[in-house]
Design a protein. Structure first.
Length: 245
């Protein structure tokens, strides 16, 4: 993997290495066609079958695609195997699970350390973060599915409108780390946006007749007008307050 480590004058060291290799008669060393470590094909295929069986129930869909790529490297010519891998990579980038995981990754890094502590192990809500989570879950106890999602989004919108958190992704990061919300769904706001806020708000209007937690905050209605972007609706609302005094 490495030809050497350079501490200074990278360009000069690269030139020296090239000259050294040329003088020794060493030509480019492509590895795509090397098969000496893959001589026992049946053992490799047995291993692939074992891995595929082990992850059959895995929630992360891209895990199976990784195994597929290894199998392709065993069975296909190098060029075809690389094309297979590029296609699998493109499919993974378009998968909603990837979008959710990327969203949570950046949410964890944007949220204030006053809300989420980042230790050597798993991150966890601070005392202030746990207080916000208590508000977020108020009214959603015992709920599941779409009702839990709607109640969490409604409470989260109220926290945003009150200035208790800076952005919708803060709620998502807290929910993932404090409420065991699945990372693969990205948190309540991300999940709601992926499904579409419009249909969710329509359900909330119906459910609000029996439970006030589903009363639709004005911020959610405004977000529907900004392509379901809660943060854009929040910024627009604040700028309108500033303009009108």
């Amino acid at each position: 993997m490495l030809d050497g480590i350079v501490t200074d004058d990278l360009l000069g060291a690269a030139h020296a290495l090239a000259a050294q290799l040329a003088a020794a008669g060493i030509r480019p060393r492509p590895v795509a066609g090397r098969r000496e470590r893959m001589a026992d094909g049946s053992e490799w295929l047995d291993t692939v079958r074992g891995k595929r069986s082990a992850i059959a129930q895995a929630a992360l869909r891209s895990a199976a695609r990784i195994v597929d790529c290894i199998e392709a490297a065993l069975l296909l010519p190098a060029g075809a195997a690389l094309r297979f891998e590029r296609t699998a990579h493109a499919d993974a980038l378009a998968d909603p699970q990837f979008l959710a995981l990327r969203h949570v990754y950046f949410a964890e890094r944007r949220i204030s350390t006053a809300l989420l502590e980042r230790g050597p192990g798993r991150a966890g809500p601070t005392a202030l973060g746990r207080g916000l989570l208590a508000v977020l879950t108020r009214g959603s106890e015992g709920l599941s599915g779409q009702r839990r999602l709607a109640a969490s989004v409604a409470q989260g919108a109220r926290l945003l409108a009150a200035g208790r958190v800076a952005r919708a992704s803060d709620i998502d990061a807290l929910a993932v780390h404090g409420l065991d919300w699945s990372r693969l769904t990205g948190g309540p706001f991300f999940e709601a946006r992926q499904q579409g806020l419009g249909p969710l708000v329509e359900r909330m209007q119906f459910w609000g007749e029996e439970d006030p937690v589903f009363n639709t905050p004005s911020l959610l209605r405004a977000a529907i007008e900004t392509d379901d972007d809660i943060d854009a609706a929040l910024r627009r609302g604040r700028s309108e307050v500033v303009r009108t005094g």
